[in-house]
Design a protein around this ligand. Structure first.
Ligand SMILES: [Zn+2]
Length: 123
């Protein structure tokens, strides 16, 4: 089955006003926004964001953000540190864990992010 891969946009103004300087890409279904023009060729970053496209599509977008934020807040209580809390959000665990496997979205199962909630802590 062919998956929708998102619409790529180079959006420096969005990042200037709405994102921390460390953020290079963000997925707001159906768009993948990147800070730098050069990131349009960054296969790893784009693939990471395409995994988020799939997660957002299957959760019908708004519930994705609610779950994403809830998971982050719970993780902050657990890890007491932004970066660890962010990296251990189940959606990020799935995206970081598979971003360099470019076949991933071809065989990924619907709702695969769910399993990553139960994994033991990562980075
Ligand atoms: Zn991500």
């Amino acid at each position: 089955m062919a998956h929708f891969k998102g619409i790529l946009l180079h959006s420096p103004l969005f990042f200037k006003y709405f994102a921390h300087s460390s953020v290079q890409g963000i997925t707001l279904y159906p768009f993948i926004l990147v800070r730098h023009q050069s990131s349009l060729q960054d296969k790893l970053l784009i693939h990471h964001e395409q995994i988020h496209i799939q997660q957002q599509a299957e959760l019908l977008i708004i519930p994705f953000y609610i779950l994403y934020l809830s998971n982050y807040v719970i993780n902050l209580l657990i890890y007491k540190e932004h970066y660890k809390a962010y990296r251990n959000i189940c959606f990020e665990r799935e995206a970081y864990g598979n971003e360099n496997n470019f076949d991933y979205l071809r065989y990924r199962r619907w709702g695969a992010w769910w399993r990553y909630l139960l994994k033991t802590k990562g980075k």
